[in-house]
Design a protein around this ligand. Structure first.
Ligand SMILES: Cc1ncc(COP(=O)(O)O)c(C=O)c1O
Length: 489
């Protein structure tokens, strides 16, 4: 037996309980030995018959392993046999201190970054996670029927590459909906279907700005927007939010003029303020003068609890420099991954050219089914059912907070949407409170994760939409207990 067969034999034997087939295991072991230099270039591997005998394997298994190694360039075969090939020297792994910086999120403290990194999809299902609609209230049967309808006899064209701007019937349905429900002024050509707002933000960051240009983002604000903009190489300028929403100081327009302005005017995320008309008009006017595009993220205003929804900024003045961003993540369900942009007519041609190359839009069946869901009235009906449900859940949360919350603080927002914001005193750090809550299976988010580099704010964002009203009291009591336990540690 050669050294090689001894090594392989032991390791193959050890792997007896392994589910990996022997032939694959042999290939992996040889490949690893070549890569880490235990088998040097020029070494002749044993003949397949000999190795098979030594290891008690079928000869074919050895031949297949050798063939795979030869196909990938680790060995060369000739009449002389199977010889280990000379590989170019492998780059050394960097010392841990030399890891390149990841620019996205660099403005968050390391504790907040670490809290963010530990987020899992399971946490999204816990009580108090913001932004999750009532998943059990979605009309699954209707949705399934519509999807089955699309798949029962699909036009083969539906399986091909589809229009980058979205399925025509969905674009039409969205145009009709946003015109009537959101006061958006548009033709169907201006509607672009996307894979949700995150995708819309990504496309805007790449298509409407050059790396190095500035984007203003509300502070505190939506982390998804920050990450999309930073990933496209844009410079994030935090713009403070007051109790009426985005509040840029006059000098900021001169000192740090933006190319893009990201804002949530109908329901500031996460603090919940509503941008008044005068500020909306001023923002549009100043953006026009500065040559900036406003990204109006209208993520949850279908659920207005104190009157009819406010009209979108987009339709306030003719040809406003506004890109309206809508999503079906809250009004339908997040895993659908469909949203849309309504872009100014002047941008349609330019974006069409870029998106044609940049985007391979899929989900054609879901898009067609969604168009039917809207056109047949199910969408409006679903929203009509969800509004009172969410209002009831919010009221239950407010009552429970009033009964059990022991720290001084203010409840912010709630005019619409799926969450409330709760300020915390300085001696109750929000990340500590959120970590303590998580340990008890609750998932409010700390204000700190919405920081954009401006003055830190301290508080919790509490989602209520996916928690039944009758559970709210018990959940808030658990939260209070968890935070107390976190503080005592
Ligand atoms: C402010 C804001 N915008 C948009 C979205 C929705 O993003 P998407 O459509 O990518 O799911 C969310 C979701 O949480 C959000 O909080």
């Amino acid at each position: 037996m050669t050294d090689l067969t001894l090594l392989l034999d032991r390791r193959l034997m050890r792997a007896r309980k392994d589910t990996m087939p022997r032939q694959r295991r042999l290939y992996e072991l040889l490949r690893q030995a070549i890569l880490d230099g235990r088998l040097l270039a020029g070494t002749a591997l044993p003949a397949s018959r000999v190795l098979a005998q030594d290891l008690g394997l079928a000869r074919n298994s050895v031949i297949h392993a050798y063939e795979q190694l030869a196909a990938e360039g680790y060995v060369q075969t000739s009449r002389q046999g199977t010889i280990v090939a000379a590989l170019p020297s492998r780059p050394k792994p960097p010392a841990s201190s030399a890891q390149p910086e990841v620019p996205v999120g660099a403005m968050l403290s390391s504790r907040v970054q670490s809290f963010n990194r530990r987020r899992t999809p399971e946490q999204d299902l816990l009580p108090f996670m913001p932004g999750i609609p009532a998943l059990d209230a979605f009309p699954v049967r209707t949705w399934r029927r519509l999807l089955q309808g699309v798949w029962s006899d699909p036009d083969p064209a539906l399986l091909s590459y589809r229009p980058a701007l979205g399925e025509p019937e969905l674009r039409q349905a969205i145009a009709t909906y946003v015109r009537t429900a959101r006061g958006v002024v548009c033709e169907v050509e201006q509607v672009i279907v996307t894979g949700g707002t995150q995708d819309s933000l990504d496309l805007c960051a790449h298509a409407l700005a050059d790396p190095g240009q500035r984007v203003w983002i509300e502070h505190p604000g939506y982390g998804g927007a920050r990450v999309a903009m930073q990933a496209a190489g844009l410079r994030v300028v935090p713009v403070p939010v007051d109790d009426q929403g985005l509040a840029p100081a006059g000098a900021l327009w001169r000192r740090q003029p933006p190319r893009l302005i990201y804002t949530t005017p109908s329901h500031q995320y996460p603090l919940g303020s509503v941008l008044p008309l005068a500020r909306r008009l001023a923002l549009i006017e100043q953006a026009r003068t500065a040559g900036a595009w406003i990204l109006e993220d209208d993520y949850d205003s279908e659920f207005r609890h104190d009157g009819p929804p406010l009209a979108a900024m987009q339709g306030l003045v003719p040809q406003a420099p506004v890109i309206y961003l809508g999503t079906f993540s809250k009004s339908m369900f997040p895993a659908l991954r469909l949203g849309f942009m309504v872009v100014p007519a002047a941008l349609v041609d330019r974006l069409q050219g870029v998106l044609g190359d940049l985007v391979r839009r899929g989900q054609s069946a879901e898009q067609v089914a969604l168009a039917a869901f809207i056109n047949e009235g199910h969408f409006t009906q679903h929203l009509r059912k969800m509004r009172p449900l969410y209002a009831q859940r919010q009221a239950a949360l407010r009552e429970a907070l009033a009964r059990h919350w022991t720290w001084p603080g203010e409840v912010l927002g709630g005019a619409c949407g799926l969450h409330l914001a709760l300020t915390l005193p300085d001696d109750v750090p929000d990340v500590l409170a959120a970590e303590a809550a998580l340990k008890k299976g609750l998932s409010p988010r700390p204000f700190s994760v919405y920081g954009m580099g401006g003055e830190p704010r301290n508080g919790l964002v509490i989602g209520y939409a996916n928690t039944p009203a009758e559970q709210m009291d018990a959940r808030v009591r658990q939260l209070v207990k968890a935070v107390n336990a976190g503080l005592a540690r």
